[in-house]
Design a protein around this ligand. Sequence first.
Ligand code: SF4
Length: 278
Amino acid sequence: MARVLSLDPFLKRDALPLFWCGGCGNGITLGAIIRSMKALGWTQQNTVVVTGIGCWGKADDYITTNALHGTHGRALAFATGIKAANSDLNVIVLMGDGDAATIGGNHLIHAARRNINVTAIISNNYNYGMTGGQYSGTTPAGLVTTTSPYGHAEEGFDLCDLAVGAGAPFVARGTVYHVVQLEQIIERAMVKEGFSVVDVASPCPTYFGRYNRLGSAPAMLTWLKETAVGLHRWEQMGPEDRAGRFPIGILKDEDRPDFCRRYEEVRTRAQAPKGVTR
Ligand code: SF4
């Protein structure tokens, strides 16, 4: 109970217990986000949480800030409008891999290209959990889901590579096992000017774990512990050692003006009196 109370004032306690299955990683990520907002001194009034559809899309039910629960795959489109209308707001976007990399993949790459100043926190459990465990854009090749019962025939996106390639200035990956590091990454992402992407590897024991015989929820956390590799060690590993594993940490962090700042410059030029050099 003391732990729950320490999450105030952002946790909507009258909405508890959480909707998610026992052993789901979403609650750990939610805790890291709430603690980060509190540490940064954000308020309910200056913060907007935008969600889409899916298990992780339920997260805004438990947060006391302003919130917008949008349609599937469109959370980033709504968030872009909110930030463009009022750039003083802190805007975070909570999406699953179905929302961010599959139905909403187009919005993800364009938010990165546009460099809109919002923070996307993607709970990546490699399947559509809410609708019964179908494969998503991040399901690795060969793995089993409801819609790939004999093994998935496609390669899954590496969300971080995708975000880096599309131009996001801040890209990081964490896991719900490495929760202290995850919280540090989320805080850095939240204060970054520009589009920041945090890919959070998170267990779905109910579908993805069960179909792929990854064991109980604690066994899936052990799987994350053994599969995720810190950046320093990752850089010293060869291709054979890297196979089936992924790096965690801040993969990209560069400075460039965000969309709102650049749009303001364009507006100033457009509104300058005629004859004034633009
Ligand atoms: Fe979590 Fe999977 Fe259950 Fe959804 S179905 S709440 S992702 S464990």
